[in-house]
Design a binder for this molecule. Structure first.
Ligand code: NAD
Length: 381
């Protein structure tokens, strides 16, 4: 059977085609049908070749207190024990006041790659042009998105970097944009494309890529909490957790799994709120290796009274508007449940979730092992 013009078919027609092609009972194909959730005409515009929905469990983590505000945390995830573990850590953190998360500037980076720079003179010409015209270029770009400007966002800077591939020089422009409550990829991509069009006739070289960087080093979220030693299980568990952290600090094989535990929580919140979890994953792991060595995204220290201090630091490009956030009823419901008023607040809470998730995994590993609790939950199904 031909799948030609498959994308032009209706959702129902596509399901019928796949059903007959693969000889699947209609009742099974109809598992994908949840038209009452998002009408088919809207669903069909979200991605290509849509057949329907693939539901995942939606749970709520409890006990989160972040910057003195109580939160319920919606989590969409298929892995058992993640929601329970986050709630348990949050309850322990609450004993000493919960999580403190710092302010976050919603600054994202758009990159423009300039290739075919044939001489030192051409290189200098590009540098000179950008330095001389920076203010005008920023002004030009800020006229492109009046809504963003109304919300006090917009382009803040244009920076120049140089990188080489063997003997080939690339000049890389970084356009720094305050994207306010958006994740920012569409904002950034539009801006760098417009800037590239404006630059092309003015500078030597060939402009190649124009795209957001997911290594959002200017949008780093930080959160901190004190975890009570007795609630953790005593002095020995605290020591075991610290040793587990030192393991991750010095071994990328362990650090990868350490960070996976963090992303269990962060991705679950990202999916629940309609955010781009692939962008967060890319940013987190690039940030983890920014020093040249892949490191854990959390740190742990001993408190003078024997408690455990935990800190997390990672880029979080999350929005409360834009992308599918405004269109997806589940994402809107999540933001209501969280009672979130800005992208900054969402990132502050999500960072706390990442820290809680990591502490829970370390506590389980340093005590009974991960399998006892994990498998107990697995076996319930
Ligand atoms: P968007 O373009 O849908 O929305 C942003 C727009 O909303 C702004 O341009 C502004 O005009 C308007 N707006 C209204 N109120 C605002 C406020 N308070 N703050 C900021 N803007 C406000 O969304 P986006 O965040 O630019 O793009 C996100 C989407 O881009 C995601 O779906 C993501 O998956 C996708 N994407 C990601 C990548 C990547 O990460 N590499 C690449 C391409 C696309």
């Amino acid at each position: 059977m031909s799948l030609s013009k498959f994308y032009k078919k209706s959702i129902k027609e596509r399901r019928l085609i796949i059903q007959s092609l693969k000889d699947i009972p209609l009742s099974e194909m109809n598992l994908l049908n949840h038209e009452s959730y998002i009408p088919n005409d809207k669903l069909d515009l979200m991605i290509e070749n849509v057949l329907g929905y693939y539901p995942l469990p939606f749970g709520i983590a409890t006990h989160f207190n972040v910057n003195k505000k109580e939160y319920l945390i919606p989590m969409v995830i298929e892995e058992p024990s993640v929601v329970a573990a986050a709630s348990k850590s949050a309850k322990i953190a609450k004993i000493h006041g919960g999580f403190s998360s710092g302010p976050i500037q919603p600054l994202m980076i758009g990159q423009i790659q300039i290739c075919n720079i044939d001489s030192k003179e051409e290189r200098n010409e590009i540098f000179e042009y950008i330095h001389k015209n920076k203010d005008n270029l920023i002004c030009f770009l800020n006229k492109q998105d009046p809504v963003l400007i109304e919300h006090n966002g917009g382009v803040k800077d244009i920076q120049i970097r140089e990188i080489t591939n063997n003997d080939q020089l690339f000049i890389i422009l970084h356009v720094i944009v305050d994207v306010r409550d958006a994740m920012g990829a569409n904002i950034i991509n539009t801006m760098v494309e417009r800037l590239a069009d404006k630059l092309r006739p003015e500078i030597p070289g060939r402009i190649n890529l124009r795209i957001i960087s997911n290594l959002a080093i200017h949008r780093v979220a930080k959160s901190r909490a004190i975890f009570d030693k007795d609630a953790l299980g005593g002095k020995e568990i605290v020591k075991n957790i610290l040793d587990a952290y030192f393991f991750a600090l010095n071994d990328p094989f362990r650090a990868a799994t350490h960070n996976k535990g963090i992303m269990n929580g962060i991705d679950a919140v990202a999916i629940a709120t309609g955010n781009d979890f692939r962008a967060l994953e890319a940013g987190a792991h690039a940030f983890a290796s920014f020093s040249g060595q892949y490191l854990p995204l959390t740190r742990y220290f001993l408190h003078p009274e024997g408690h455990l201090i935990g800190e997390i630091e990672l880029p979080l490009a999350m929005g409360t508007i834009g992308g599918m956030i405004s269109k997806h009823p589940g994402a809107q419901l999540s933001l209501k449940i969280m009672d979130i008023n800005s992208a900054e607040e969402l990132c502050q809470v999500t960072a706390a979730v990442g820290l809680a998730q990591n502490l829970a995994a370390l506590r389980a590993l340093a005590d009974e092992g991960i399998q006892k609790g994990h498998m107990k939950l697995h076996k319930r199904i």
